[in-house]
Design a protein around this ligand. Structure first.
Ligand code: HEC
Length: 98
């Protein structure tokens, strides 16, 4: 085996071994409130079409005021049996996407 190939393999192995050490995702505790909100928004944007399209057309954020959404989500999270974190993420998305 050539030295170059050996070196390449060693480098690849070292890179694989170091992957778990790299801070790829900041943990929730290390995020600023703005970053947490941003992450909730993105999660909500992904969940909204999945959950909220099941029984009726998913209603867009602009259709209701933030106060109305608070009430609607309280009602719909029991209808859809949503985990609280998912319901909060969808709520954040709906309020912010108006
Ligand atoms: C298990 C079925 C089900 C799921 C899932 C569901 N809904 Fe509903 N939704 C209903 C039903 C039934 C109604 C109408 C009767 C009622 O209000 O209970 C309704 C009504 C609504 C309305 C109408 C309120 C109005 O006054 O016009 C909105 C807005 C709404 N849902 C939003 C959502 C959102 C957002 C989600 C996702 C988190 C969601 N729904 C998920 C069953 C569901």
């Amino acid at each position: 085996m050539s030295r170059l190939i050996k070196f390449g393999m060693m480098a690849a192995l070292a890179a694989i071994a170091l992957v778990p050490l790299a801070p790829r995702h900041a943990r929730a505790a290390e995020m600023t409130p703005a970053q947490q909100k941003r992450q909730m928004f993105r999660r909500g944007a992904q969940l909204w079409p999945i959950y909220c399209n099941t029984c009726h057309n998913a209603r867009p954020g602009g259709e209701f005021s933030p106060t109305e959404w608070n009430m609607i989500i309280m009602h719909m999270r029991t209808q859809a049996n949503l985990p609280p974190q998912d319901a909060n993420a969808i709520l954040e998305y709906l309020k912010a996407s108006r």
